[in-house]
Design a protein. Structure first.
Length: 82
């Protein structure tokens, strides 16, 4: 497992958590919202894949713990933000 995989998972989770409500506020249609989400996801994943620091290996235990902690922090931030 690499740090890149952890960054992929956490960035997908963050984009899917915070982008749709923002696009709802703007008033974008469903299909345009789907296209925007896909475009942002591909852009973020492309940028993450180019960062050299994230190419290092990590143990599965540390990787899963990091990913779960990011999920918990994002959910708590989302609850506090609403």
């Amino acid at each position: 497992m690499k740090w890149e995989n952890i960054a992929f998972g956490s960035s997908i989770f963050i984009v899917l958590t915070f982008l749709p409500p923002y696009l709802d506020i703007i008033g974008i249609s469903f299909w345009l919202k789907a296209v925007c989400i896909i475009a942002v996801l591909f852009s973020v994943l492309f940028i993450v894949s180019k960062i050299k620091l994230l190419q290092r290996s990590v143990t599965k235990k540390v990787g899963w713990l990091s990913l779960i902690s990011v999920f918990i922090l994002v959910v708590i931030f989302d609850i506090l933000n609403n």
